[in-house]
Design a protein around this ligand. Structure first.
Ligand SMILES: Cc1ncc(COP(=O)(O)O)c(C=O)c1O
Length: 498
């Protein structure tokens, strides 16, 4: 197959590939069941990066034009001819969303992208906790910061508990202690450009609980929710378990594919878009300010709530744009933050930022769930913030994480086979490594574990349960010597297969 690439065109290369293949399908040159060239072949013949080809194929798959078959590659969809004739087909030419109309009824269309069929994050979570408890294991899978620079925390904690000892025998406010809410609000205003006060904050048991509160508030079983694909598997599991119907919109190097986002907003009228716009889990990508504006404009146009999960907030060692919440003027964005990544996960203190009339019902919901977050945990975080330790600790984490990220980039460069590609995050704790498609990643991860290196496969991060997606999520927040050892072992195993 010949695909001419116009390198100076304003159309991105992956879209040029998509358009050409789409054209071949629409004109009948490619027919139902035809196999597309392998990623490797097309990448070589077009002289573009494999990630670009994967991106093009992902977009075609998302449009329902091609499908991935496990271990065999990509094929033109068998149902294609039906779909082209269907009046509901959303090809580029027919897609014309109404400008100002809001269609409230859900059109009876088949999903453009497979629904998430299930699976729970329980096993993955347990594996990760157990791996951490095995002495000597190099855990490249979990999303924690380096556990260093916290020497002052025990002293701060003792002081905090002493100060609140009188109030420990009472229940507290469901929305959390006022002082802590004021401190977090100040931080969000000064450092992240949000326009909020203590009265917009609900302290939650980690951001996971804030996300759960929001999802239960806005989404009923059977409602559609749009997520980035890949995304944090904890969210997929949560949505699946509460009976939401999930559509994954492919991620591009710039963030969620906005064209597909609009198509799906138009078709499904989802209740919620879930996004990790900054230091995305699992890819480590951060979207641009312009991308954030466009995403918010689409949410406005289709009257959809945006749940912005900023779990890695503050862990950037390069500048990042303000969160989408900072651009929100119509109380459409719910923002979740946490101290799990910047202090420690065990403290279980996160927060939800809600502006507008939904604040009070969400506070009431928090009361129904578990009354309030531990007064002790809240007091420790509050004292840690008040004493200035938090600011110093963030600066410390940013510096050591930068070193760790660079150590991992350097180690991968030396140890990995040539056909692997990775993201270069501006902070956070992960990067995403795209592997040659034929590698048996499950077996590779198993071998790595047998040699004491725990790695997360890419597959569970995809809604729709893509089988054996050829990627790994790697946590770089380890000591440089652990990174070197872990990546060298992984590299050796990979080289055996390449
Ligand atoms: C993207 C994302 N959101 C939320 C969470 C949950 O964090 P918390 O410990 O604050 O509940 C995690 C944890 O790994 C995460 O990666």
């Amino acid at each position: 197959m010949r695909i001419p690439i116009e390198r100076h065109s304003s159309t991105a290369v992956y879209l040029q590939i998509r358009d050409r293949i789409r054209h071949l399908i629409e004109t009948g040159a490619l027919r139902s069941g035809d196999k597309l060239p392998s990623i490797r072949t097309l990448s070589a013949s077009t002289r573009v990066n494999k990630l670009t080809v994967i991106e093009a194929y992902n977009v075609l798959a998302a449009e329902g034009l091609v499908e991935a078959r496990q271990g065999s590659g990509y094929f033109v969809c068998s149902a294609k001819s039906d779909r082209t004739e269907s009046k509901h087909q959303l090809s580029k030419h027919q897609f014309a969303p109404p400008q100002d109309t809001i269609v409230l009824e859900q059109p009876p269309l088949p999903p453009l992208i497979e629904e998430f069929q299930g699976g729970s994050s329980f096993n993955l979570y347990m594996k990760s906790v157990q791996a951490r408890q095995q002495p000597g294991t190099i855990d490249l899978s979990s999303g924690f910061s380096l556990a260093s620079g916290l020497d002052d925390l025990p002293r701060v904690a003792r002081r905090a508990v002493k100060q609140i000892s009188g109030s420990l025998f009472n229940y507290d406010l469901p929305q959390g202690q006022l002082i802590l809410r004021q401190q977090i609000a100040r931080l969000l205003v000064q450092q992240h450009g949000l326009n909020v006060t203590a009265d917009n904050l609900i302290i939650t048991n980690g951001s996971k609980q804030g996300i759960l509160l929001a999802v239960h508030h806005y989404v009923k079983p059977g409602d559609w929710v749009l997520v980035e694909s890949p995304t944090w598997y904890g969210m997929l599991s949560l949505l699946y378990n509460m009976g939401a119907r999930v559509i994954g919109i492919p991620m591009t190097p710039e963030g969620i594919n906005l064209e597909l986002l609009e198509k799906n907003l138009y078709t499904y009228r989802p209740k919620l878009i879930f996004t990790v716009s900054t230091l995305h889990n699992p890819t480590g990508l951060t979207t641009s300010l312009d991308h954030r504006r466009q995403l918010l404009a689409l949410a406005e146009k289709y009257d959809c709530i945006v749940l912005e999960d900023n779990a890695y907030e503050g862990l950037n060692f390069e500048p990042v744009p303000v969160p989408i919440k900072a651009l929100d003027t119509s109380d459409r964005v719910i923002y979740a933050g946490t101290f799990s990544k910047t202090i420690m996960p065990g403290i279980r203190v996160g927060y939800l930022v809600v502006t507008g009339e939904d604040y009070q019902p969400l506070v009431e919901r928090k009361l129904h769930y578990d009354i309030h977050v531990s007064t002790v945990s809240q007091a420790i975080v509050s004292e840690y913030l008040a004493s200035g330790h938090y600011r110093h600790h963030l600066a410390h984490l940013q510096a050591v994480h930068l070193q760790s990220r660079n150590a991992m980039l350097d180690a991968m460069q030396r140890h990995y086979p040539p056909a692997t590609y990775w993201t270069i995050p501006k902070g956070g704790t992960f990067l995403w490594v795209q592997m040659p498609a034929h590698l048996p990643l499950a077996a590779i991860c198993q071998k790595a574990l047998a040699r004491g290196v725990f790695v997360a496969e890419g597959t569970p991060f995809f809604p729709g349960g893509q089988q054996s997606y050829p990627a790994l999520r790697l946590n770089f927040t380890l000591l440089p010597e652990q990174i070197e050892q872990g990546i060298a072992i992984l590299g050796e195993i990979l080289q055996d297969y390449v």
